[in-house]
Design a protein around this ligand. Sequence first.
Ligand code: NDP
Length: 485
Amino acid sequence: MTFDPKPTASHFIDGAYVEDTSGTPIEVVYPATGEVIATVYAATKDVLDQAFDSATRAQAEWAKVSPRERGRVLTRAAQIMRERNRALSELETFDTGKPLQETLVADATSGADALEYFGGIANGLTGEHIPLGEDWVYTVREPLGVCAGIGAWNYPTQIVCWKTAPALACGNAMVFKPSETTPLSALKVAEILLEAGAPAGLFNVVQGLGEVGAALATDPRVAKVSLTGSAPTGKKVYAAAAGEMKHVTMELGGKSPMLVFDDASLEDAVGAAILGNFYSSGQICSNGTRVFVQKGLRARFVERMAERMKDAVLGDPMDEATNFGPLVSARQMEIVEGYIAKGVEEGARLVAGGERLDRDGFWITPALFDGVTDEMTIAREEIFGPVLSVLEFETEEEAIARANDTPYGLSAGVFTSDFTRAHRVIGQLRAGSCFINSYNDAPVEAPFGGVKGSGVGRENSKAAIQHYSQLKSVYVRMGAVEAPF
Ligand code: NDP
């Protein structure tokens, strides 16, 4: 290993690295080899107190900084992040196992986009003037205070930035807990923000397991909790936050449908299904894991998919020719293996892949199932791994009803060359982030988030501002006050 991914210390608080080895040790494992590459320690109560106190102090000052200056800090951070893209991508690859081919274009770059976007709109955030004849009301968009971010392990850098950029643009501070599985990159974001001019304490990183996340969700010093994680964790965090009436954003899981009609471009539909099932080894919340293909196209779709899957290159993730990496952890690999076995057991046809590789690390080849039916476990539960299920349908109405028959509602995609059908179908799909003849694009300019069991609130775009600020309305009376006595 040429690159040393070890962090300076576990936590980043009040503008400096902080270590406290009395917390529970968390080993950081390189998923491609299973090697332990670093150890961090879960935050103790003392570490958490330092983080909350410094965030509270910094937030009070930051709220007074002009929005234009706040924006400049974020924009500078975006620039530094882009300059360091290679080093950040290498670190992300060590943390997650995702191939460098991906991390170079989808992680720190996406984080930088968020910092740049919210940096750019910070000074355009205004209230409004509401005329009432002689009297009037004006509204002020105020920060919430200290926000807590809790991250999943699939896009660690992106998740930090998607939460922190709008939070800071609105005048909040952030205490962020990365997933225990991928604790490294958030620390680099902290270094960058400080270097870009963010005051010490504005952005803090604390490590830990679920119990540290739970402490963030319940601490009275925290005004808002933003979680990216699974639906069961989302329910727990939402309930915990309700105890203190905190604001929440919940970016949770999904079991999203992709509808491919007979008149779709076969190559585009297959390509999008590859992106929407196998990119990041399938560990993406919005993946279109239920691929409904119309009867006339299904056989050709499966055949072409199996053919293109032969081009998956499973190798050293640091080699830019590798385009498919390991699962993030031994646990995740076992979960995925369990689902593949269940698919076979329940009668789905495993057309390709789904094998564990006989090498160190957490490797499973991308799996293609045909003949999947709605009641099978692999069609109902979020797998969060490289398992694509093809389900056949005949009519548009049937496809829509079956696509919507899930407790989730994160994403949905439609492939057809009939534009009226595309819009008609999308209009009836119950999902927050939808695609027509494309899949899984997530530009910062567009709102991202789910409906139903997939979450609450939106990240990215101007919509995120509503979730990191609150309105104060001020009634101004110009005449005398008339009272009854
Ligand atoms: P988890 O729900 O297991 O964990 C998410 C985070 O919550 C982790 O940091 C975890 O800590 C923490 N946590 C666990 N329990 C609690 C608790 N009781 N209170 C507070 N925090 C807690 O998800 P994964 O990390 O396994 O990520 C995969 C999931 O994330 C999938 O369901 C996926 O769909 C979803 N996801 C959603 C996205 C979206 O934008 N909608 C994007 C990416 C992923 P610890 O690491 O110690 O467990």
